[in-house]
Ligand binder design. Structure first.
Ligand code: XIL
Length: 344
């Protein structure tokens, strides 16, 4: 009898242990995208094609954690139209093929920006009609090429100035402020299905710039311009992050205009943080978790994307702004995002 109980107990313990290890295994196998799916949230990052092509550790991360990708550089104007009306879609197509093979969505970045503009444009002189034709041809050729492959485009990138008002760019100077409305209309004509976004930085909390972005997109909506959302780049610093209440309020006022929000280029600078490396990574992680919580709670925040994947490749050299370290180990930021996605 005594022995029998022992036997039962032993078996029950074994079963429990098996169950626990199975559940643990499942939890480990579950990537961020599986957790994000429960919130209808897309999660992903900006891709450097060099790594996509020959770094299996890199692609392992993408395939486990991400369900949306964006090209870090390969779909910008200097890459896609290196000579006038001669288009090069080779790298963007590779990314599109990879994304579709792995059931991931592809964001398009970006149809119109004042940086990474090809030399043939910056070295030429163009009157208004000529530049308008260049803008229209570029937007429509690229958007039409990726129709059915790109689900959302950053149509116009960074058109608001840091000191208030419209940014003085080659587009704005020659075409006037309403080039933005026309850029969106051209994009919609070329691809009626893709969601069209205005994308900018330092406009996530409540401040002069986010008020300007808000005023711009409100006006576009009132004019019947086809715009579906606002991209908040969110290149943050752990030293002076925006208030989460303000980010939530900003998302809410955009929701009230009927606009989605994508967090498009999230990363967190932490150089100069006063503390040990462990404290620094924890502080970065906390900010990651806080922002994902705000996004999950906002009715209109539908994507969270980091600008890069791991710290071995970031546009912020010498810093460690991403969820994975340079050896592809998950950092506190990764676990904070995981917890934020599990939490609610
Ligand atoms: C950056 C890339 O990460 C760099 O590799 C490139 O040299 C310059 O552009 N805002 C944007 C992105 O919208 O396109 C920028 O990407 C980072 C800031």
């Amino acid at each position: 009898m005594y022995l029998g109980i022992w036997f039962l107990k032993g078996n029950a313990m074994k079963h429990t242990a098996l169950l626990v290890s199975l559940l643990l295994g499942m939890a480990q196998a579950q990537g961020l995208k599986d957790l994000a799916q429960k919130h209808d949230l897309l999660i992903g990052g900006a891709i450097d094609l060099r790594y996509l092509l020959d770094d299996p550790d890199y692609t392992d991360i993408l395939e486990k954690d991400f369900n949306v990708l964006v090209a870090e550089n390969a779909m910008k104007m200097d890459a896609t139209e290196p000579q006038q009306n001669e288009f090069n879609f080779a790298l963007g197509d590779l990314l599109a093929t990879y994304a579709s093979k792995h059931n991931m969505k592809l964001r398009g970045h970006t149809l119109l920006w004042h940086q990474q503009v090809p030399k043939w444009i910056t070295s030429g002189t163009w009157n208004k009609d000529e530049l308008e034709a260049i803008m229209k041809n570029h937007i429509q050729t690229v958007a039409a090429h990726y129709q059915g492959k790109v689900f959302a485009w950053d149509v116009v990138n960074e058109a608001i100035s840091d000191s208030g008002g419209m940014r003085d760019t080659l587009w704005q100077k020659t075409l006037g402020d309403d080039y933005i409305a026309r850029a969106f209309r051209y994009a919609r004509e070329a691809d009626p299905e893709a969601k069209l976004f205005y994308n900018d930085y330092s406009s996530e909390g409540m401040n002069q710039k986010s008020n300007d972005v808000y005023a711009l997109v409100k006006k576009l909506k009132e004019q019947g311009v086809p715009i579906d959302g606002v991209g908040m780049q969110m290149h943050l610093s752990v030293l002076n992050p925006p208030s989460m209440e303000e980010v939530a309020a900003n998302m809410k006022r955009l929701a009230d205009l009927g606009l989605e929000v994508h967090i498009t280029e999230f990363d967190v600078r932490s150089a100069g943080y006063p503390g040990t490396p462990a404290e620094r990574h924890a502080a970065v992680g906390k900010l990651y978790g806080d922002v994902v919580k705000v996004c999950v709670q906002a009715s209109n925040c539908t994507a969270f994307m980091t600008w890069g994947v791991a710290d071995n490749h970031t546009w912020l050299p010498g810093d460690s702004p991403l969820m994975y370290d340079g050896f592809y180990n998950p950092k506190p930021a990764y676990f904070a995002v995981q917890e934020a996605l599990k939490g609610q």
